[in-house]
Design a protein around this ligand. Sequence first.
Ligand code: ZN
Length: 446
Amino acid sequence: MLHLLAISPEKQSGGREIQVLAMMGIMASNPHLNHQSRTARTTVICLLRWAKFWRMLAWLIGAWTFSTACAMETVEVEQSGGKFKIRGEIVVEAVDGGMILRDRQGKLWPLKPEEIKNRVTDEVPFSLMEAAELGKEILKQLPAGFSVHKTKHYLICYNTSKAYAQWCGGLFERLFRAYRNYWARRDIAISAPEMPLVAIVCKDKQTWRRIAGPEVGTAVDTIDGYYNLITNRIATYDLTANPKSVARSTTSRNISEINRLLSQPQAGQLVATVIHEATHQIAFNCGIQQRLSDVPIWLHEGMAMFFETPDLRSKKGWRGMGDINLNRLQQFQNYLQRRPDDSLYTLIANGNRVQGRSEDPRFQGNRGALDAYSEAWALTYFLITYEQDAFVNYLKFMSEKKPGRAESEPQKIEDFESFFGDLKSLDQAFVERMQREIKRNARRFR
Ligand SMILES: [Zn+2]
């Protein structure tokens, strides 16, 4: 059985304690810990709440244990004055009785010991919901008027036109196929997801606020999509209803008209946002990265940005995959004018985050975050293009990272250098290469 967190049973019996209580405090205060994108003119900022997520991980250093059982657990929970039962499998368990449970819809539940009123282990093995059952359950959680469109790997839950849901399904499937093929050609196997990948697609801003508001708060009016790390779902809305994207068209659209509208240059960044979030979802569900593992942010984000350039012209392929991302390159050009000498070091080590002293300064504030994103993209592009074998091996190494374990700053640097060599030499080669790319592409900048 493929675990969501891909922990092999023989490696789960470390017997070490988990200090999950502190972690759950953070998670409980952010019950919808998520990963979201904000469209700021032409640039996507993801990651608004990642820093808290990583700080949470920092408290887990050296103290965790994973469940070896795949049995179904029924847990009676009391939270915020209400009582309810959750059926799922234990992903991580603390000696103080706290735990992270994964329910049959794939949602993670961090539970403090005092919230757990009773628990019973069934004889029945744990199983995730099949598509039909999952679809029905999700519809119960959404406002009236939603339907489900099923594709090979996705459940699109929508109240848009059927054509728009089909357009989304087609886009995600093409992304999935292109992503899998891209890595297969580089000797990385993308596994099939354990369960359908869920996307919630809202017809207008009103529905969007109702669905996304409780998860992302006030950011709801400035973002166009997000991936929720806890529910494992992505959410977005009908981009053709966004005045930024296109001249509004008729209400009864077919797929080719939607494609035409969203192929316009002004819609490119909106579509890129959705692709970006869908890429995160694929990575977390198909063996590239594990939810709750300490994979560096630059790598998470660099990978998503590497694939975010949409190619709506092709119905089968994805010709733009891995192309230069002009928005990011232009931002990186800007950043190079004030880039400090230790920029690569801080991007890779993210020391403050790991040590839990403060939130990661590289991804704070609009200006700083844009710089960090541009450098994360540039580094990923550089490594995939010019250090491909080492990058593939590094990616495989990172995919093995276990949930709940955070590495120290020196360890992260050591790991990185073991694949790519001395950081200083690499930094020099990196900057030189990217300056050549800037020169080559500058005429295309806005
Ligand atoms: Zn992202």
